[in-house]
Design a protein around this ligand. Structure first.
Ligand code: CUA
Length: 196
């Protein structure tokens, strides 16, 4: 009877890769993939720590069907309001396919609190190059706090696909000097000095 040889020692026909080579290659790929995962995890942790990104800290529910009838999000209460401590609170409704109001003016160098809710489906609220980025989910109030150090204008696109008109869903946030802001009427603050 022929003697059994270890499979690793058997001469291999052409084109067959030896088992140890396969094992070594797999180990290298595995090391590469695990390293990439670690790098990505570190990037996520670092960007969230340095960019002050954090999950929403509040859960507030609201009835989306009656927003226009009363409560915090009635039309007359939307836009920017200055609190007794000098900070600004901005209330917005996201709906297919607009933000109401279409434009909001906020003062620079003051704490700003955005409060949003949706009247229909899930929308997104994002101010490019800032830490303001949240989903606007019907039934909930999304709150984001920030502070603008410069006067300027932000285009604010809805960044969650919400239907056929999603691409046209925009608003503007205009950051003005606090003294200029104080001279504007409530109506001017929601129109940013434009005819709309
Ligand atoms: Cu609203 Cu996309």
């Amino acid at each position: 009877m022929a003697e059994q040889t270890h499979p690793m020692l058997r001469p291999l026909p052409d084109g067959i890769v030896p088992e140890e080579v396969v094992a070594r290659t797999e180990r290298r790929w595995l090391t590469l993939m695990v390293s990439m995962l670690i790098v990505m995890l570190v990037v996520v942790v670092l960007t969230s720590a340095l960019g002050a990104l954090h999950p929403a800290s509040n859960v507030e529910v609201i009835q989306p069907l009656t927003l226009h009838l009363g409560g915090e999000f009635v039309e007359s209460n939307l836009g920017t309001e200055i609190e007794p401590d000098g900070s600004a609170t901005v209330r917005l409704i996201a709906e297919q396919y607009a933000f109401v109001p279409h434009c909001v003016e906020v003062p620079a160098n003051r704490p700003v609190r955005f409060r949003l809710t949706s009247a229909d489906v899930v929308h997104g609220f994002l101010l490019p190059d800032t830490n303001v980025n949240t989903m606007v989910v019907p039934g909930f109030v999304a709150e984001v706090r920030t502070r603008f150090s410069h006067v300027g204008e932000y285009d604010m696109p809805c960044h969650e696909f919400c239907g056929l008109g999603h691409h046209a869903m925009w608003t503007h946030v205009i950051v003005t000097d606090p003294s200029t802001f104080a001279n504007h009427t409530l109506l001017e603050r929601t129109r940013c000095g434009r005819q709309q």
